[in-house]
Ligand binder design. Sequence first.
Ligand code: NDP
Length: 268
Amino acid sequence: MKKFTIFGNPVSHSKSPLMHNAGFQALGFDAQYTRTHLLDGDDIKNTFMAGGFSGANITVPHKEFAFKHADILDPLAKQIGAVNTFVLQSDGKIKGYNTDALGFYESIKELKYIKSILIFGAGGTSKSLAVVLKSKNFAVTILNRSSNGEDFFTSIGCLFYTWDNFESNQKFELIINSTSAGLSDNLLPAPQNILENLLTNSPYCIDCIYGKVTPFLELAKLNGCATKDGEDMLLYQGVLAFELFTNTKVDEKIIATMREALKKTSQN
Ligand code: NDP
């Protein structure tokens, strides 16, 4: 039986084991996926090897440690600077991937009319979204509370603003919250006056946070925007990692099984 895990701190809340184990079972793939609570990110490689794992996912706060300790990097992970998936290769080397980026893209593929996108936040998630969205030729603007990350975003062709220098009467076809505002508090990702101006001009809003209606999504609904949370993003980053783990291209049936496992756990 092959062994897989998710590294995080905390990790007990993670829905990945249920999603992956449901997929393994549906595929008839002999494997087990567990959680590993990892305190020190610098121990990630030794813990992975000592555990006899064939693959792993990596969540907060270890994605940059995973990037640092992978033996080989997929080009997209290299560009983003963060790894959320490890795969043990046949030569014994660990290859690091970032499936958050393409997982998010997969989750918005149905929104075909979109050209201009505004992202709140400039952390790891924002970087992965911006890299993949720029590579698909979207016009991407970043709005963050501080100037953290400005050089990274401008170097890949995004416009970058902080709350102080942002003109809020602009139109964006999609607005994404990739900040942690709303995750475990009731905060909005930007000042309310900026948000209200933006929301009157934007048809669609997504929050990367999943499993709850955040203050941002509540305000977006009040302003008549269509909304969605981060559940699809979570699903598709998992599906892409699952394909790497099992070396298969999954079909809609497996994806539906993984989605169902995620929904069941959301209700618990
Ligand atoms: P980071 O810590 O790397 O970045 C957080 C960003 O949020 C920073 O830009 C920070 O600003 C900003 N921020 C934090 N608090 C506030 C606030 N109160 N008001 C405004 N801005 C704020 O986090 P990640 O990028 O890793 O994660 C961001 C969110 O995305 C989390 O909520 C996480 O749960 C979610 N996520 C969802 C996934 C999914 O599969 N659905 C996958 C990955 C993440 P500053 O730079 O000034 O500090």
